[in-house]
Design a protein around this ligand. Structure first.
Ligand code: SAM
Length: 270
C-alpha cells in the first residue's frame, strides 16, 4: 500500500495488495511511444490480462473505473484506410468473465480536437461524404465486483459528496478540459476526473489503484483525499515522475474532508 511498483502490470506478481477502487486510463493504441512494442493482438492481450489481474484484487463491491476511447486501430489493424474498432465492448465482456459488472457509463466531454488536429480538417482536398468524427469525448466505464455494487462498510452518499456536486456529476456527462500533451507525459488525465471518481466511488481509508500509473495522477488525488494508493508503471521515466509527484504532495496538507450540513447528520466518523 502507498507504493508504486516499477514493472509490467501484465505480471500478476506485481499486485501486492487488494483495492477498493481502480482509476485508470490504458494505452489507446494510437501510436504513442509507450505503445510501440504492442501489436494489436498484443494490445488486446494487455488489456485482458491487466483487467483480469485488477479484478482478482478488487474487494467485493469495489469499483473499477476505466477511461478509454474507442479510437484504436485504423489501417494498422484492418488494412482499410480507416476503421474505428470498438475496444470497450471487449473490456465489458472480459470483466464480466471476472465477475465485474457495468454500473455506470460516463462521457467525458473535452475540448474540440479539430482546432489542433492534422487528422481532420476543413479544406478543399477533403471529398464530400468523407467525414470521420474525431470525438471531443471519451468514455469512463465503471464496473463493480461481485453480487452487488453496495458495500456494507460505508456511510450514505450525503456524508461524502455535497448536493451541488452530486447533481452535476450524476448526469454522467462530465465537461472538463484535457491536459495538453507535454514534456513530462504525453497522455495524462485531469486531476478533476480522478477526484470525482475518488469521491463518488471510495471512502477515506480505501485503497485506490492504477495499473497504468503514468505521471501518478490517480495516486496524487487519492493521497490528497485521504485514501491510500497503489499502482504499477513499466517505464522508468514515468515511474520516476509519478514518484516525484507523490513526494511533492506528501509534503502538503491534505484536502479537508467534506463535512455534511447538519440536516444530513453525521452517520459515522472516519
Ligand atoms: C495513458 S497513460 C496513463 C496516464 C495517467 N493516467 C496519468 O494521468 O498520468 C498509460 C501509461 O501506461 C504505461 N504502460 C504501458 N504498458 C504498460 C504495462 N504493460 N505495464 C505497466 N504500465 C504500462 C505507459 O508507460 C503510460 O505511462
Amino acid at each position: 500500500m502507498n507504493k508504486i511498483i516499477l514493472g509490467d502490470s501484465r505480471d500478476p506478481n506485481n499486485y501486492q495488495t487488494d483495492f477498493h477502487l481502480t482509476i485508470t486510463s490504458p494505452p489507446y493504441f494510437v501510436g504513442k511511444e509507450y505503445e510501440q512494442d504492442y501489436t494489436f493482438d498484443g494490445y488486446k492481450d494487455l488489456l485482458k490480462s491487466v483487467f483480469h489481474n485488477t479484478a482478482e484484487h478488487t474487494v467485493s463491491g469495489g469499483k473499477i473505473a476505466i477511461n478509454i476511447c474507442d479510437i484504436a486501430a485504423f489501417s494498422k489493424v484492418s488494412g482499410r484506410v480507416e476503421e474505428n474498432i470498438e475496444v470497450s465492448r471487449d473490456i465489458v465482456g472480459w470483466l464480466k468473465e471476472d465477475d465485474c459488472h457495468l454500473l455506470s457509463r460516463i462521457v467525458w466531454v473535452k475540448d474540440s480536437p479539430w482546432i489542433n488536429s492534422q487528422q481532420v480538417s476543413y479544406n478543399r482536398r477533403i471529398p464530400a461524404t468523407y467525414i470521420r468524427m474525431l470525438p471531443s469525448w471519451e468514455y469512463i466505464w465503471v464496473f463493480y465486483k461481485g453480487d452487488s455494487p453496495k458495500r456494507d462498510d460505508v456511510p450514505s452518499v450525503t456524508q461524502v459528496v455535497n448536493k451541488e456536486d452530486w447533481k452535476k456529476w450524476v448526469t454522467g456527462v462530465w465537461d472538463m478540459r484535457s491536459v495538453s500533451a507535454n514534456r513530462d507525459h504525453p497522455a495524462m488525465f485531469p486531476q478533476e476526473l480522478a477526484r470525482r471518481l475518488v469521491l463518488l466511488y471510495s471512502i477515506p481509508g480505501d485503497t485506490v489503484f492504477d495499473p497504468f500509473m503514468g505521471s501518478g495522477t490517480s495516486a496524487v488525488v487519492a493521497y490528497q483525499n485521504h485514501r491510500n494508493y497503489a499502482g504499477i508503471e513499466r517505464d522508468p521515466k514515468y515511474y520516476d515522475l509519478a514518484t516525484k509527484n507523490i513526494e511533492k504532495v506528501e509534503h502538503c496538507i491534505k484536502i479537508p474532508l467534506y463535512v455534511p450540513p447538519a440536516e444530513y447528520g453525521h452517520e459515522r466518523l472516519y
